[in-house]
Every structure is written in structure tokens, then in C-alpha cells.
Design a protein around this ligand. Sequence first.
Ligand code: UGA
Length: 433
Amino acid sequence: MNKLAVIGAGYVGLVTGICLASCGHEVTCMDIDECKIDQLKAGRLPLFEPGLQELHDTNTATGRLSFTTNPEKAVQHAEGVFIAVGTPPRKDGGADLSYIHNAIQSIAPFLQKDSVIIMKSTVPVGTHADVKKLLDRTAGHPVRLVSNPEFLREGSAVNDFFYSDRIVIGSNDPSPASFVEQLYHSIPSPVIHTDPQTAEMIKYSSNAFLAAKISFINEMAALCEAEGADISMVAAGMGMDKRIGEHFLKAGIGYGGSCFPKDTTALLYSAAQQNITVPLLSSIHEVNRRQPRVFIKKVLDRFGSIEGKKAAVLGLTFKPNTDDLRRSPSREIINLLVEEGAMVTGYDPVVSVSGKRVWQIPLAQTMEEALTGADLAVICTEWKEIIDFPLHCYPLYMKEANIFDGRNCYPVSQARGLPLFYSSVGRPVYKGI
Ligand code: UGA
């Protein structure tokens, strides 16, 4: 058991802190947001992540997990301090490191001499050296810093923590590196030791490669539509080749969230800084940027004009099993529909329930309510509730059942014989009306 602190109680920080407490460590999570910390102390998570609330409850009950806004309290006894604050994109595409700098400055004066600082936040390659200088200067003594990027997916972050494909530890010094390795001793994942800049690069390259798979399959989907092929079967056939792999080949309206869009642009920015041309990386980003517009063109091709038409947008979050709306492609879809004059109502199994009003559109409380009287439905997120909603029920509620499925939630064969129009991504269109 080790005494640990986690600075930043966002997705990454909370999942890391709570899961490390579950591994038996004594963890203090710190955040500057008093509301968030009050909420956590009162036992409520400020975000929706399957399985996390239960682990939070168990670990606070045992006393292994606590929360504070006080940097001194958080780190004064900590042997290891994880930095897990955000690195949002700046206007020029580079990563904004101000939260990292503020976090370091607030904790450095209170650090134990032999504590290890562990960088979880996604930071541009080369950041390690700058952060180390800042740490040493503010602490007034040399501080041991290790890069330990995260590979958690929102919606399955708890599972990803305990069954990680790999644990990456980047350090030039074997002693703090082995300290970090033993923190994860109860997790049966392979560990790879590298220098810090390689660890930082593994994180960016992994996200860029996953984003590449998505943009690639979306481009193939456009070709499938032109040739009458079915992208789901193409992806299944490709994925059976172990060198390709079956994951991240789901065609759709593009990737969103707080990671892929930000990390691919940050990598593009770094490349520009280094005067290196990266045409592949630029294309991954460009294909994704176009994807919502390409999808809405199908709506316009069907209707000519959607001025005054009632549209139900189903699913608002950037993926299922999260309440995260950041950089969700559904936002661009809604903007385009509104721009074309449609009257849009949104529905999302988690966002609607929380009563939030998003992006200036009204939210329905149920899927049926959103569909009632609609001329068209656009599916933006493959929530289970949406997948489980039978296709034959759409005509029961809609004025005219024009369904545009941006996440391929239903097999096209299910539409056969039904009084509806069903258009998805990279698969044949079914015209039952
Ligand atoms: C991503 C990575 O998958 C994690 O490994 C990484 O740790 C994380 O970013 C991060 O850098 O913090 P996340 O953004 O939570 O995780 O979600 P993903 O499951 O990767 O999905 C990202 C987007 O890609 C979603 O909008 C999803 O709908 C889309 N996607 C994913 C597709 O369009 N097709 C696919 O086949 C897979």
C-alpha cells in the first residue's frame, strides 16, 4: 500500500484515483473546483461512468479514498503524486499546458523530498523536460518525474484500468520507474519501460492510429455506398485479418470526444513546429471534419429542402455510456439541420434525464416523445436504448418514418417490408416509402 495523491478530479483523475484506491492504496484526490469536491465528499460523482460510483462508495467507506481542494493536504504525505489535469486545445491547435503549470506550482512547495510525480495528462512530446525544470525550481530540490500515459476510454474506463492492454512507464531513472510499476502490481497487464519522450509519443501515436482507422473506414464507407457494397461486412472481413484487427472499424458520423480531435490537432501542431509534413495525419483530421456534412447531404438529397421539417436527433453524447458532450459530432449534425431550417428536438438517454438544455434545442424526455410527429429521425449515438428500440416502432410515432442512422444501429435487413425509409453509413438504402 502507498500513500498517493491525484491532482485533477476529471475523467482521468477520478478513474485513476478511485481505481488505485481499489488496488489497496490510500488516495487523496485534489481539485481546485470546490463544487466538484463538495459533491464528491457528499458521495456523488460529477460524471457518469459505469461502475465508478460503486467503487467510489466502497473505497470512501474503507477510508482509502478522500477528496480535498487543499494542495498541501493532498501531497504532504504522498509518496506518489499523479498529475491528471486537462490539456485542452488552444486556438492554434497546440495543447494548453496552463493547468499543468498551475497544478505543479500549487503542489511543488509541499512535496516530500523523495516523492515521485507521475504525469497522466496527455502532454506534447518534450513536455517532460520542461515540467521537470519547473518542478525542481518551484520545489527547491530535484523532483523525480515519470511519464505514465493513460489509455482509458470513457464509458469503459474502469474496465480499461483493470484490464489495460499495456502500462507505459517513461523515465530515465530506474528507481521512480519501478516505484510506479509496483503501484500497479495487482493489475495483470504487460509493462513497457521507455524514456519519457517515447512514452509521450506512444500516447499520441496510439490515438492518432485509432483515429486513422475510423477515418479510413469512413472513407471506405463512401465507396461502399457508391458501389452498393456493405461496409459492416467489409469491416468484418477486413478485421478477421489479425494484422488489421476487428476493432475501431465502425463507420459512422466521425469521431468526437475530448481526446481524438484534440490529440490529432496537437500532433499536427507539433509537426508544423518541427517543420515536418504529415499528409496522412492531416487527412485523418480532414476526413473526420467532413463526415457530419457528408451525412447530412443524404438528408438533403432525400428531401430537397428540410425547411420547417420536424427532426428528432437521437443520441447527443459523443459515444454511448458517457454523459460527455465535448466535440460530439451530434452537435455539428444539429447545427447543420438547424441551418437548413429544420425544427430539431434532441433525445439522449443520459443527457435528457439530467435535465440539461444543450445547444439551444429542446430535449424530449423519451425517445417516443422525440419521434412523435417527426418527419425525420437522425441517430447520432449508438446507445443500447436506441439499438433496442425496434425499427417497426418508428412509423407508429413519426409523421413519416425517414430514418438516417449515423451509427448503423440496425441491420438493413430489419427494415425490409416496413413502411419506412432507412439510410445508414456505407450500406444499401432501404426505401419502403
Ligand atoms: C480514446 C481512446 O480510445 C483511449 O484509448 C484514450 O485513452 C482516450 O481517447 C484518451 O486519450 O483519453 P475515448 O475518446 O473515450 O477514448 O473514446 P473512444 O471509444 O476511443 O471513441 C472515440 C470516438 O470515436 C467516439 O466518438 C466514437 O463514436 C468514435 N468511434 C470509435 C467510431 O466512430 N468508430 C469506431 O470504430 C470506434
